[in-house]
Design a protein around this ligand. Structure first.
Ligand SMILES: [Zn+2]
Ligand SMILES: [Zn+2]
Length: 112
C-alpha cells in the first residue's frame, strides 16, 4: 500500500495537495511514485522513479525526485521490489515555488 502525504512549505505558507508515495497493490512491482520539484512548473509533482526518465508523466520535464536510495528509517520510506529502500526527507526539501528549502511532507494515510 502506498502513502498519501500533504505538501507544506513553512517559508511561504503553501499547504495542500495530496501526493501519492510508493505504489498501490496492483502496481508495486513496477512503479514507485515519489515527489519531485519541477523548477519549470514551480511545483511539486509525482514521478515514477522506476520509469525511464524519458517516459515520465506530467509536464514531461526530466525532474529528479527528493527521494534517495539506500537510507533506512523515517516515516516516508518505501521498499522497492529489489529490497532497496527509498526515502523522502520529511523536512528541509527545496520548494520550487518560493525557492526556500522549507518544504515538508506529512503522512496522511494509506492509498491502494
Ligand atoms: Zn515556500
Ligand atoms: Zn513541470
Amino acid at each position: 500500500m502506498g502513502m498519501l502525504v500533504t505538501t507544506r512549505c513553512t517559508g511561504c505558507g503553501y499547504d495542500r495537495e495530496l501526493l501519492s508515495l510508493g505504489a498501490g497493490m496492483g502496481s508495486f512491482r513496477d512503479k514507485c511514485w515519489m515527489p519531485a520539484p519541477c523548477e519549470e512548473c514551480r511545483q511539486v509533482v509525482s514521478i515514477d522513479i522506476l520509469a525511464p526518465s524519458s517516459s515520465r508523466p506530467g509536464c514531461g520535464n526530466a525532474v529528479a525526485s527528493y527521494a534517495t536510495r539506500g537510507h533506512r528509517g523515517g516515516a516516508l520510506s518505501w521498499r522497492l521490489p529489489s529490497d532497496e529502500v527509498v526515502s523522502v526527507p520529511e523536512f528541509g526539501n527545496r520548494f520550487p515555488a518560493c525557492g526556500a528549502s522549507l518544504l515538508g511532507f506529512e503522512l496522511r494515510g494509506p492509498f491502494d
